[in-house]
Write a protein that binds this ligand. Structure first.
Ligand code: SF4
Length: 100
């Protein structure tokens, strides 16, 4: 997952999780296990290169285009409303609780 992918419209997207609001239900990890995973602490994290969990606050990972629908569905279904998908170029949220 090191190659940056572009969403329809040509914009590269990235995703991050606000663990402070995560309920640990695991919906995101079911929808897009390539991008999200629950850690031993019961909270979800995004995965970076080599499938390593990115545990720094606000850590982002690129959204691969083939997984865009799964990631967007995760953000929509997330009961904690804590999955944020944003454009890489200007960091504007396009899917998630802060999207316009
Ligand atoms: S769907 Fe949302 S609340 Fe549920 S585990 Fe994933 S990030 Fe946490």
């Amino acid at each position: 997952m090191t190659v940056q992918q572009e969403a329809p419209g040509g914009e590269a997207l990235e995703v991050w999780i606000d663990q402070d609001l995560c309920t640990g239900d695991g919906i995101c990890a079911q929808y897009a296990p390539e991008v999200f995973e629950l850690d031993i602490d019961g909270l979800a994290y995004v995965k970076g290169a080599d499938d390593a969990l990115l545990q720094a606050a606000g850590a982002t990972t690129p959204v691969p285009l083939p997984l865009l629908t799964d990631v967007v569905d995760s953000a929509r279904e997330c009961p904690g409303e804590c999955i944020h998908v944003r454009r890489v170029s200007d960091r504007v949220e396009v899917y998630g609780p802060d999207a316009e």
